[in-house]
Design a protein around this ligand. Structure first.
Ligand code: DHB
Length: 390
């Protein structure tokens, strides 16, 4: 009898605990944030995590009655690891949203999991055009390389640059940048005389730059992913390419706000095109940069941070709109069509493509208050990704 009571009590306690757990789960909204926190792409992870935490600090961790739980996982930027982590987050942690994705292969590796589990996948960093076509559950808050490269190919021939050598990292975003820059330049009467590609892992730019120096084009157009820009700039200057009359033009990934201030005065005057500069002169951005810098020991936010910050906004607003329902399809529907003012300027999540529509800025590296910044001097408004095949 005594034993039976004990067992009954134990069972009752277990049930109670399970029930309590279920209740806790019902009231929790989980965001699985998969990022490269170590390795070659670690600055991307650091910037996005800091931005996501800032967004939560500013907007609270309770939305539509749900407690937001951010689960950060380090994929070391290896797509096999990303895939395994995404699987675990969906199956074991039962996350409501998958987010992050520092590089294209990581975003692509997760797409089938998002589709099968009907989990929205918010891509905050990776920027190959085709990513949003890999799953109907993908929404992007970063940018695409075609979006920013075309603007530079319009600017260049009007500014005396006709013959260009391109140098890109040899994977999705680099190939997008190379292709869209070249075809637009040609359309505008210019020409890419040589297209060089460097490997993603442990790139050595020196032999490629030597080739460019010998070829003597009007300019060298570069795309490398966030984190690799400083090395390109250093080797470009060390080889005296600027003094040999070769201009450096690039997507803003090269004059990355995470590294720009340490690149030295040799970077002054470099023209780039991109969707975000820490120097973007809006009240919303000034507030963002100030809060981010203060919360992160003076770290300057870069375009990755903004992708993460806006991604959190898209998730929060979707949860509000669905009245706290964690259902994947409802959330996805509420993410589509969002229009808001980002620190980068006005943005729009195209309901058809689930990709971001945004301004693209031409910028020049200048000194402001003894610091190097990408200072915007022209804008192309509301640019859709030109890389979409449908
Ligand atoms: C990608 C990664 C980057 O760091 C970047 O600046 C642009 C694109 C990517 O892998 O898609």
């Amino acid at each position: 009898m005594h034993k039976r009571t004990l067992i009954q009590t134990a069972v009752a306690a277990a049930l109670l605990a399970a029930g309590g757990l279920a209740l806790a789960q019902d009231n929790t909204f989980k965001i699985g944030l998969i990022l490269p926190m170590t390795g070659q792409q670690a600055t991307t992870g650091r910037q996005i995590e800091a931005a996501a935490r800032l967004y939560m600090a500013q907007n609270g961790d309770t939305v539509a009655g749900k407690k937001i739980q951010l689960i950060v996982k380090d994929d070391t930027s290896l797509p096999d690891v990303t895939r395994r982590l995404a699987q675990e987050l969906v199956v074991n942690d039962k996350v409501n949203v998958l987010a992050g994705f520092g590089i294209t292969p990581s975003a692509m590796a997760t797409a089938p999991i998002a589709t099968q589990s009907k989990t929205p996948q918010v891509v905050m960093a990776a920027a190959t055009s085709a990513i949003t076509e890999a799953s109907p559950y993908i929404v992007r808050t970063s940018f695409t390389l075609p979006q920013v490269s075309v603007a530079l190919a319009d600017w260049a021939p009007k500014n005396g640059i006709k013959k260009v050598v391109t140098l890109v990292t040899d994977y999705g975003p680099g190939i997008d940048a190379e292709k869209f820059f070249a075809s637009r330049l040609q359309f505008n009467g210019g020409q890419v005389t040589e297209a060089l590609r460097v490997p993603l892992r442990n790139p050595d730019f020196a032999p490629f730059l030597q080739k460019v120096r010998d070829a003597k084009p009007d300019a060298l157009f570069v795309f490398v992913p966030s984190g690799a820009g400083a090395a390109v700039m250093k080797q470009f200057l060390e080889r005296g390419m600027d003094k040999a009359g070769i201009k450096l033009i690039a997507t803003g990934d090269v004059t990355d706000d995470d590294q720009l201030n340490d690149m030295g005065d040799g970077a002054l005057g470099v023209v780039t095109s991109h969707h975000y500069s820490a120097a973007h002169p809006s009240a919303t951005n000034k507030k963002f940069v100030e809060a981010f810098t203060k919360a992160n020991k003076n770290l300057r936010p870069n375009f990755m941070a903004v992708g993460g910050y806006d991604g959190m906004r898209v998730i929060y607003e979707a949860l509000k709109k669905t009245g706290g329902k964690g259902d994947g399809d409802a959330l996805l529907a509420a993410m589509k069509g969002q229009i808001f003012e980002s620190p980068r300027g006005p943005v729009f999540i195209d309901a058809q493509t689930r990709d971001i529509v945004q301004n693209v800025y031409l910028r020049k590296v200048e000194k402001k208050d003894a610091q190097l910044y990408n200072v915007e001097f022209d804008v192309i408004k509301d640019v859709k990704d030109p890389g979409k095949t449908k």
